[in-house]
Design a protein around this ligand. Structure first.
Ligand code: IPM
Ligand code: MG
Length: 360
């Protein structure tokens, strides 16, 4: 039976970079004879414009029935005045929570060809290879109660709830320990247990889980220190595991160490390895429609999708190799360009990856 991928390009540069990823998928199907069917849906602002909501029930049903989802990016100034409950981002958050995609894997890997593009000194980032495991369906993002209320004196007060159940911590800790076993064998759990009870429990549960992973060296770090260490000496980290909000922040920071957030894919998986795959970067409305966006994070997200949800590791390797070959040739989009390299648009970059994939 053919595998089903649902494509949700979203807003801003989403549709442009998705088009390039789909070209690469077609080329991969041709080269490796894959049996994959692609369907398409709207999400985020595009869905608000069309359906009035950022994720329709029909699209959610399509997502549930797919083996994997390839997601672009959502949001933009056009929808900034939407009420919180109907913002484009809610489409993404609903997919994560409805499909129980609790394990968010965000690798920050430096392509050696791009060492000069990092804002840190090349020797600090050369060979950088960190995996951030972010809990994605709990914590303060989803905690109840939440809202804005008016106090007796007429002053408004905003509030959210930072909550984690033991079982939620346990399952993300397992994912992180197992990832560390397959990599450098080191796991750093990030919390704020000196201030927040919820992360004190987080730390306790991670320590309890560590008993099953004697081959993994576990350490703990407060989130403020972790942010500092990421820019001071990032290569000290192998795998980091943390909650939803800290993971959001630290993964942007880690991404930037690699020179361009435009290079980084991510995977969000549930217990069944059904997954949603998206670039770490956002919808970049300022450059949308100008053929300037870097499609490589979307293309690398496709590679992760093939590896993790479709079991097509060989094809994933070939796509990642094609991306690396393109960089070897000196082709760069604006976000990663440096002296002596050839500046390319979104479409040309996609074509170059296809060319390397087919003529490897
Ligand atoms: C991310 C994004 C999202 C998040 C937004 C778009 C809701 O920043 O995937 O990191 O905060 O999780
Ligand atoms: Mg983010």
């Amino acid at each position: 039976m053919s595998k089903q991928i649902l494509c949700l390009p979203g807003d801003g540069i989403g549709p442009e970079i998705m088009a390039e990823a789909l070209k690469v998928l077609d080329a991969a199907k041709q080269r490796f004879g894959l049996d994959i069917e692609v369907s398409h849906g709207l999400v985020g602002g595009a869905a608000i414009d069309h359906d009035g909501v950022p994720l329709s029930d029909e699209t959610l049903a399509l997502a549930r029935n797919s083996d994997a989802i390839l997601f672009g990016a959502v949001g933009g100034p056009k929808w900034d005045d939407q009420p919180m409950a109907n913002r484009p981002e809610k489409g993404l958050l609903k997919l994560r929570s409805e499909l129980d995609l609790f394990a968010n894997l965000r690798p920050a890997i430096l392509f050696p060809q791009l060492a000069e593009a990092s804002s840190l000194k090349p020797e600090l980032v050369a060979g950088l290879d960190i995996l951030i495991v972010r809990e994605l369906t709990g914590g303060i993002y989803f905690g109840e109660p939440r809202g804005v209320r008016t106090l007796e004196n007429g002053e408004r007060e905003g509030y959210n709830t930072y909550v984690y159940r033991e079982s939620e911590v346990r399952r993300i800790a397992k994912v992180a320990f197992e990832a560390a076993q397959k990599r450098g064998g080191r796991l750093c759990s990030v919390d704020k247990s000196n201030v927040l009870e919820v992360t004190g429990l987080w730390r306790e549960v991670v320590i309890e889980e560590s008993a099953g992973y004697n081959d993994v060296e576990l350490s703990h770090m407060y989130v403020d220190n972790a942010a500092m260490q990421l820019v001071r000496a990032p290569k000290q980290f192998d795998v980091m595991v943390t909650g939803n909000m800290f993971g959001d922040i630290l993964s942007d920071c880690a991404a930037m160490l690699t020179g361009s957030i435009g290079m980084l894919p991510s995977a969000s998986l549930n217990e069944k390895n059904q997954g949603m795959y998206e670039p770490v970067h956002g919808s970049a409305p300022d450059i949308a429609g100008e053929n300037k966006a870097n499609p490589l994070a979307q293309i690398l997200s496709l590679a992760m999708l093939l590896r993790y949800s479709l079991g097509e590791g060989t094809t994933a390797d070939a796509i990642e190799k094609a991306v690396s070959d393109v960089l070897d040739k000196g082709y760069r989009t604006g976000d990663i360009v440096s002296e002596g390299c050839q500046l390319m648009g979104t479409v040309e970059m996609g074509d170059a990856v296809v060319d390397c994939l087919l003529n490897a």
